[in-house]
Design a protein around this ligand. Structure first.
Ligand code: UD1
Length: 316
């Protein structure tokens, strides 16, 4: 089997590439290295540095065609979506449209779309199931909602001969080894760990009482692998989270303590709450359990310890 992974030099895409290669798949990767790194690309993958906003780049990245497309390339930062909304739209929405079109040109069997809990915004009730109305509160969330909607709407087109099924996993806050320690617009856990390793002050946006559902990378990769050729996972979004709500304060205290610090022994700068920041989120993952036979297995404490252990081995 042949797969194209967009954003395959990033955390999730590169680990999926490794799993597919281990199963003797041929893997093509396209990444513009805006956040991904060549060092993440596994040996054996065919790597093309290019941008999903450019259809020619996409075509060049799959010289032998593909049977599956995993679409992970995106502008992922809420902060940057406010700084440059157009880039957010061109990458997340128009780039996704280019990826869908490529899928139809190649006639792939299934598309995998990296969706996000950002679609839920600030829901009235927690945990959120896939039936919870989507109402993003950030520019980023709006672009990710449009991208997921386009993916699904193409899969349900009546005017194309062979619609391509889509699996969209709405990932909650993914963290773990290999998440960048140099990009300040990465997931918050890696940002805090990198701050500590570099002995820089930590920035806390808001009062820290906002919550997230942190999900360990290995669990996330398992979920994607379980969705390959899985007809039950076609054309419907599926939540992938740990079903646990943890406040940023709690997470920060846990990281500080792993480094032998407390709030009073380490510099913490409090800044105003970010635009579009979600207040509280927690995944209901019963659908993933039912359709993918998937459950998160790595508890937060263990995942955090493994991530810090890995981060200590890195040069920052
Ligand atoms: C994150 C991802 C997003 C993904 C979503 C669900 C990033 C940058 N964001 O969104 O792409 O779709 O999970 O998987 O990878 N914070 C601080 N100090 C910091 C950094 C962050 O206090 O230095 C706070 C933020 O204000 C926020 C929380 O930590 O309240 C989480 O932030 P972050 O990890 O950046 O992103 P999410 O918006 O949760």
């Amino acid at each position: 089997m042949k797969a194209l992974i967009t954003g395959g030099a990033g955390l999730i895409g590169s680990l999926i590439a490794e799993r597919l290669l281990a199963q003797r798949w041929k893997v093509f990767i396209i990444d513009n290295e805006s956040t991904g790194m060549q060092a993440n690309v596994p040996t054996g993958a065919t790597y093309y540095v290019g941008d999903i906003r450019n259809p020619d780049d996409l075509r060049k990245s799959v010289p032998e065609g593909a049977d599956y497309i995993f679409h992970f390339a995106a502008q992922v930062s809420n902060i940057l979506s406010y700084r440059d909304p157009n880039e957010d739209i061109t990458t997340n929405v128009m780039g996704t449209m280019n990826v869908i079109r490529l899928g139809y040109e190649l006639g792939v069997k299934q598309m995998f779309h990296a969706s996000s809990m950002a679609l839920y915004g600030n829901p009235q009730q927690l945990p959120v199931s896939e039936n919870t109305p989507v109402a993003p509160v950030s520019f980023y969330g709006i672009s990710k909602l449009a991208a997921e909607n386009y993916m699904m709407a193409w899969a349900l087109r009546k005017d194309v001969e062979k619609p391509i099924p889509v699996t969209a996993l709405r990932m909650f806050n993914v963290y773990g080894p290999r998440q960048s320690l140099s990009n300040p617009y990465q997931g918050v856990i890696s940002v805090f760990i990198a701050n500590l390793l570099k002995n820089e002050p930590i920035t806390l946006f808001g009062n820290g009482e906002q919550t997230r559902d942190f999900i360990y990378i290995d669990d996330v990769v398992d979920a994607w692998m379980a969705s390959i050729d899985n007809k039950r996972a076609f054309n419907r979004p599926i939540n992938i989270g740990s079903s646990t709500q943890i406040s940023i304060n709690h997470m920060l205290d846990a990281i500080l303590s792993e480094f032998g610090h407390t709030r009073s022994s380490y510099p913490i700068i409090i800044k105003p709450e970010l635009s579009g920041d979600q207040r509280a989120i927690e995944a209901d993952t019963r659908v993933a359990n039912d359709l993918l036979g998937w459950k998160s297995r790595v508890p937060f404490r263990d995942g955090l310890a493994r991530t810090i252990q890995w981060a200590r081995t890195q040069t920052v």
